[in-house]
Design a protein around this ligand. Structure first.
Ligand code: BMA
Length: 386
């Protein structure tokens, strides 16, 4: 071999090695090293999709709407747009109770399983939250704020064994979620949501930063190592009350335990009189988005909405502006419960046929940046190589 050939060959080998190191470092992989191939594919495909636009999500979308319950293949969003939401939110609150068959909002767990499978089979994305009761029992629910509750479920805490039995129930449910080829359905798991608020037993006012991080790390260890679940992408979710990126990350349990960063923020005032929601949400998205970007993680607007959407142009004139050009994977709207027995008011967040914001929602649907299920399905989010 001539000197020249040797140099060229050496250079070629060097470049190949450097390139493979570079691709490894750049690879978009979930924090669970043993994640299933569909879960890995979802993670990297969501990364790419966020550059094109954001998916629309709706809580309990297939279970009920403002005027109906459990009608096959129905969804209020589909009634209005002809298409399903791209993201389906479900909640496991109540699964921890003995012999419970329904969640805290009355959705039967066996129906929920079917809905999750349906959405996944069509190409949609599933996210699960968990409004777990307080481990102290006595009718104390997720909204109990007894100080020390988190401490009590940590290893060596008085409620630790009980909490593990709850995680067993969660794991049983999640491991029963299978696609048509028997593959585990990937789930964006959002436990301990709104963790910086002051209304749930896992919130900021009830435990220290270290206790919260330990809890998170324990849950992820237990579900992955003890229960063998490798179809979860872990979603860190604060409430919308942070003033800086540092504050948003105060209880962040570590890059090795989180796949997606997110927060929740709702509209409470009148968007026609006050643009605070647009400005504030936009700045929260910028701060949290910067954190996600620096950490090379997925990013989403975990929950939002304007109860009963009394403003006809809320979708294009408020929500769209609030999101602005922030690169989020999805925005999830809360559930369409209908008339609430607890206060006599309408409780819903997505429009239904005839609702005042229906036309604006169709405009929102048609925008090139919004992604509903048909478009999400075309992306084949669970396969490699697209
Ligand atoms: C709240 C309300 C409640 C519900 C809870 C958990 O925002 O919708 O009615 O029980 O979420 O889904």
């Amino acid at each position: 071999m001539t000197e020249y050939k040797k140099i060229v060959r050496g250079l070629f080998i060097f470049l190949c090695t450097a390139f493979s190191f570079y691709s490894f470092a750049q690879a978009d992989l979930p924090c669970d090293k043993d994640a299933t191939k569909e879960t890995k594919a979802l993670y990297s495909n969501l990364k790419k999709l966020a550059q094109k636009g954001f998916m629309f999500g709706h809580q309990d979308a297939l279970a009920y709407g403002v005027t109906w319950k459990y009608e096959k293949s129905r969804s209020d969003v589909k009634d209005v747009t002809g298409d399903y939401p791209a993201v389906y939110g479900w909640d496991l609150g109540g699964i921890e109770r003995d012999n419970s068959t329904v969640n805290l909002d009355g959705v039967p767990f066996n129906k929920m399983k079917q809905f999750i499978k349906e959405g996944y089979e069509r190409g949609g994305v599933i996210t699960i939250s968990w409004h777990a009761d307080s481990p102290w029992g006595n009718g104390k629910n997720a909204w109990d704020t007894t100080h020390g509750t988190v401490t009590s479920i940590l290893p060596s805490g008085v409620n630790h064994e009980l909490f593990k039995s709850w995680l067993d129930k969660v794991a049983d449910f999640i491991s029963s979620l299978k696609g048509s080829k028997g593959e585990a359905i990937p789930i964006l798991f959002r436990p301990f949501h709104e963790l910086t608020g002051n209304w749930f037993w896992w919130c900021r006012n009830t435990c220290s930063e270290e206790e919260f991080k330990t809890l998170w790390r324990f849950v992820s260890y237990y579900l992955q190592q003890e229960k063998g679940l490798h179809n979860l992408l872990y979603v860190y979710n604060t409430s919308g009350d942070f003033k800086s990126k540092e504050e948003f990350l105060q209880r962040y349990p570590g890059d090795d335990k989180v796949d997606m960063l997110s927060f929740d923020a709702y509209q409470y005032d009148d968007p026609q009189k006050n643009d605070w929601f647009v400005k504030n949400t936009n700045s929260l998205l910028q701060m949290a988005g910067e954190a996600a970007n620096e950490k090379n993680k997925l990013f989403a607007f975990g929950e939002t909405g304007y109860e009963a959407i009394p403003y006809a142009n809320w979708w294009t004139n408020t929500l769209l502006k609030a999101i602005g050009d922030n690169k989020i994977s999805y925005v999830l709207l809360w559930r369409n419960h209908g008339l609430a027995a607890w206060n006599g008011k309408m409780h819903y967040y997505a429009p239904y046929k005839g609702q005042v914001s229906e036309n604006d929602f169709v405009q929102f649907y048609k925008l090139p940046t919004t992604i509903f299920e048909k478009e999400a399905a075309a992306e084949k989010l669970y396969s490699n190589g697209n």
